[in-house]
Design a protein around this ligand. Structure first.
Ligand SMILES: Cc1ncc(COP(=O)(O)O)c(C=O)c1O
Length: 361
């Protein structure tokens, strides 16, 4: 018999990852992982090449150059920036620091599930609140708060729905939470929002509220493989997360690549605009196929497969997979009848459109 894990870990399911291979296809098209379909900044690639000889030394545990670049680019306070091996690592540190049995997390029913998994690992209670039109409902989040709640998690824009809340709603949420309830705003897809009243939320941190904003290099920067994310948080939260950090979790090449990418805002803007243009064109094509895309502010589209199409979401997923393209099933997130499709490279989207024409046309 092996050592039994902690009861909270024994009781939970593993976080579902996307399929990565298709038998018979050497290079399947991956539209299930929300990776950028465009190359990263050439400056980032050059910086990584230039730091290729830094293997023998440990990387900078305080990420000084990267934090300086982020502070300057976004007009933020250097001391309130903390970096991690992807925003997932920071989320995990937040879960370990602030959740335990008897404490609670509130998040909306289709909110990014990793935070729910992390709360379960910590043995905390999770309250999932109902959404309206597949969009996070601030009143429902507020109604879900109990005296035991320590954390409210709001993903904006949300994954897997792609829907977004205006900053006025985020402000209303913060204003109506107790001061000791931490608000976590996950803005992994914030750059892809095309709406005037949107903000990723760092302002709330600088106003001194108990708020954490999560950002990542995995989406618009096209650097998912480097594993770099960052957070902007209240000074006391930063002091706590500093204790939880593993020095050196971001390698030297990853830090160099991410720093160079921050310093190439024109390239980032170009990627953002290309994704938005492709997304809107793809949404129009999906409607022509009789499918029902949810209007998206992210780098993916959630699509409902209505009955009249003649096949359900699993059958469509399998038919597309049989032609070498991986999409993302979302039934396990409670979204039966839907599929999530990442906006990939232009040729990948064209290949998918051809496949859908074949299957549905
Ligand atoms: C909403 C959301 N938050 C966070 C992450 C994690 O990003 P990272 O690669 O920085 O760990 C993802 C990744 O898909 C995401 O969709």
């Amino acid at each position: 018999m092996v050592t039994p894990p902690r009861p909270s870990v024994a009781a939970m399911a593993a976080y579902p990852t996307s399929e990565a291979t298709i038998p018979g296809f050497e290079n399947p098209i991956q539209l299930g992982s929300n990776e950028l379909g465009f190359p990263a900044s050439p400056l980032a690639e050059a910086a990584m090449r230039d730091s290729a000889d830094r293997g023998p030394q440990y990387s900078d545990a305080d990420h000084v150059a990267l934090r300086r670049a982020l502070a300057q680019c976004h007009g933020l306070n250097f001391d309130r920036i903390i970096c991690g091996a992807g925003s997932m690592e920071i989320m995990s540190q937040i879960g370990q620091s602030y959740l335990e049995p008897g404490r609670g997390l509130v998040m909306s029913q289709y909110g990014y599930r990793l935070m729910k998994t992390l709360a379960e690992i910590a043995g905390a209670d999770v309250v999932l609140t109902p959404e309206r039109d597949l969009t996070c409902d601030v009143d429902a989040l507020l109604a879900g708060v109990t005296p035991a709640t320590t954390m409210v998690f709001c993903v904006n824009p949300n994954n897997p729905t792609g829907t977004v809340l205006p900053f006025s709603e985020i402000r209303r949420l913060r204003a109506n939470l107790r001061d000791d309830v931490m608000l976590i705003l996950d803005a992994a897809y914030g750059e892809f929002v095309d709406m005037p009243d949107y903000q990723t939320g760092e302002t709330l941190v600088d106003e001194g509220t108990n708020t954490v904003v999560l950002r990542t290099f995995s989406k618009v920067h096209g650097l998912a493989g480097l594993r770099v994310g960052w957070a902007y948080a209240h000074d006391d939260v930063i002091a706590t997360l500093q204790k939880m950090r593993l020095p050196g979790s971001i390698g030297a090449q990853a830090q160099a690549g991410a720093t160079a990418s921050v310093n190439d805002p024109a390239h980032v803007a170009q990627s953002r605009n290309a994704v938005i243009a492709l997304r809107e064109r793809f949404i129009a094509q999906l409607r022509q196929f009789g499918l029902e895309p949810v209007p998206s502010h992210a780098s993916f589209v959630l699509v409902r497969i209505p009955d009249h199409v003649g096949m359900d979401s699993e059958a469509l997923y399998q038919a597309v997979k049989a032609r070498g393209i991986l999409l993302r099933r979302v039934g396990n997130f409670g979204l039966d009848g839907y599929i999530r499709i990442s906006i990939g490279a232009p040729h990948e989207m064209a290949a998918l459109t051809d496949v859908l024409t074949d299957i549905l046309g």
